[in-house]
Design a protein around this ligand. Structure first.
Ligand code: CMP
Length: 140
């Protein structure tokens, strides 16, 4: 089915100037950028976005990292977009990511891991709505 997923290019990858290289991988895989914004998250934004991880030991470092510089937030649309994006990203820990994946090629650590992607249809819907009103999403 045609799905939408939320993709975030994190501060480490934005700082490395590889937004275009990462977006090119999405496009080559048949995903379409239907919304996008370069944005500096506030601490409150990051805490709310990652609220499901609030009790995890890495939560504080995750929030600090996500507000350390601007992020590039996008909605990707296409056939099986959620799974396809996760395949392109590779494992959360870049040391475990398959060669040729975004995290294997661009990420330094499990914290600075270049990208975030929604993990399921329910979370995709919530994460997309967090950043983009429907009027700012342009399907085509
Ligand atoms: P992300 O997909 O953005 O979702 C939560 C983030 O927490 C994750 O990517 C990692 O960057 C970060 N993180 C740090 N430590 C861990 C861990 N042990 N397990 C999962 N995520 C972690």
């Amino acid at each position: 089915a045609i799905e939408r997923t939320l993709s975030i290019i994190k501060p480490d990858a934005v700082a490395k100037n590889v937004i275009g290289q990462i977006v090119a991988r999405f496009e080559k895989a048949g995903l379409t950028v239907v919304a996008a914004q370069l944005r500096q998250l506030s601490r409150g934004d990051a805490e709310r976005f990652y609220a499901v991880h609030k009790e995890r030991p890495f939560f504080k470092d995750l929030v600090e990292f996500m507000i350390s510089g601007p992020v590039f937030v996008q909605v990707l649309e296409g056939e099986s977009a959620i799974a396809k994006n996760r395949e392109l990203m590779g494992a959360t820990d870049p040391k475990k990511a398959e060669p040729g994946t975004i995290r294997a090629d661009f990420a330094e650590s499990i914290d600075a891991n270049a990208v975030h992607g929604s993990d399921a249809p329910e979370t995709a819907a919530v994460e997309i709505a967090f950043f983009f009103p429907e009027s700012n999403i342009h399907s085509r």
